[in-house]
Design a protein around this ligand. Structure first.
Ligand code: SF4
Ligand code: SF4
Length: 253
């Protein structure tokens, strides 16, 4: 199948805007998210309608610079997603500060398949997820990727954190828009998780389906350019971005 005909494999959904940390290597340390609050049910349902219509079987996470465990909608949204799209792999990215064993069990029950937990720079000595991890059995641990922030490949977050260098430059192709999309609180579709200021809006779920937006001229041309060496220079903030990683989404099953 030609690259232009391939559907997205990863969908990141911003179900809430807040984080309870402000790590120095995150845009949350310098500014606030563009959209504030919690995702409305009707926006989430619209996304599900669209994913269902596409028979989507890829990976979903509820993350875009937020801590999803701060949202009361996390478990209900997880449950709804897995009821309607049982073949999707639902992965939660979290800083682990609120992830007790009880919460872990509740989220597993709601349908969360995997957890990607990062222990960040400013965690307190009684950091909750250290204790939770001790309580997990072998099978449960297979569903957890547990990293210290020092193990993560950092980026400059589309130029917002200029001091973070990683060797990627303007000639490095970017494949993120070829495999994923991020959906903001209000249903704006972005081509990646680096676009903190939402400069690259490809469409909105309240106006078009995800497939229409993904295969539309704007998104298709954008991803084609980014696949070429030097393609980053054609757009802002790609021209300042040094991200070249693809998201981690497997669990150790
Ligand atoms: S915990 Fe994650 S989302 Fe929150 S400030 Fe740190 S890096 Fe950013
Ligand atoms: S170059 Fe950076 S900002 Fe542009 S699409 Fe790729 S990851 Fe996103």
């Amino acid at each position: 199948m030609s690259e232009n005909k391939r559907l997205f494999k990863i969908v990141e959904i911003e179900i809430n805007s807040r984080c309870n940390m402000a790590c120095s290597y995150c845009p949350n340390s310098v500014d606030e998210r563009v959209e504030q609050g919690d995702m409305e049910d009707k926006t989430f349902e619209k996304i599900l309608d669209s994913l269902e219509a596409s028979d989507f079987r890829g990976i979903v996470s509820f993350h875009f610079y937020n801590e999803p465990l701060l949202s009361k909608k996390l478990a209900p949204f997880a449950k709804l997603l897995k009821q309607r799209l049982p073949k999707v792999l639902l992965q939660i990215y979290s800083n682990g500060t609120l992830l007790t064993k009880k919460k872990f069990d509740e989220l597993r029950e709601a349908g969360v398949d995997a957890f990607n937990i990062t222990k960040h720079e400013d965690v307190k000595p009684n950091y909750i997820f250290d204790k939770t991890y001790e309580e997990l059995n072998e099978e449960e641990r297979k569903r957890v990727i547990y990293n210290n922030y020092t193990q993560i490949d950092m980026s400059n977050r589309s130029g917002i954190l200029e001091d973070i260098q990683n060797g990627a430059g303007e000639k490095t192709p970017c494949l993120l828009p070829s495999i994923m999309m991020s959906i903001t609180l209000k249903g704006n579709i972005l081509p990646c998780y680096e676009d903190f200021y939402q400069k690259l809006v490809m469409g909105n779920i309240h106006q078009n389906t995800l497939e229409e937006i993904w295969f539309g001229e704007k998104f298709s041309n954008f991803r084609q350019e980014l696949r070429k060496p030097g393609g980053r220079l054609k757009n802002s903030p790609c021209d300042k971005c040094n991200c070249f990683n693809l998201p981690v989404f497997r669990y150790n099953d």
